[in-house]
Design a protein around this ligand. Sequence first.
Ligand code: HEC
Length: 157
Amino acid sequence: MSDSHDQDKPWSRLAESNRLPLVGAALGCVLFGVLMTLVIRGLWQLENTPVAGSFKEEMMHRKTRAMAEILEGLVREDLPSVEASAERMRGIGQKVQWYLSSSRYEDNDGVFRDSTHELIEASRRGDYADAKESALRLEMSCIRCHELINREKRPAP
Ligand code: HEC
């Protein structure tokens, strides 16, 4: 099978001895241990870091970032960048739609979705005036919906 030259190498010696399965098993155990440690640590951190927070909060913080990017794109008159940020906003909106489509929030989820859609369309057309208007409507939907939420949270006088 292998010539004597090969047999000098530790690997081929190992391969020929029947210790190979043993070494494999030991390595497997170590890897498994490391993996479990990582998984457990990951789970533990998920519970403890405020960053992970609730799914809702994380999504909403992404909305805040997307809104800031939209504003920045508009002041630079960089409509392709506005379009990209608005697309991201729409994606986030779709992820949280299931809990925002409640009458508690009046029509603000609808305004949010419509104005995001209009902003994407206007940016695509290169229509700066329309893009400005829909961005303002979008931002107003954040403020109005949050106004309702804050009022609900405030203790009754
Ligand atoms: C239709 C209602 C609605 C709209 C529109 C909306 N949000 Fe929210 N937002 C919520 C709800 C509900 C929560 C979760 C509040 C809670 O669980 O206490 C939230 C939470 C947040 C939070 C986290 C607040 C915190 O206390 O940590 C931020 C930030 C946020 N939204 C930003 C935005 C931005 C920016 C927009 C617009 C681009 C927006 N939201 C549009 C309903 C809305």
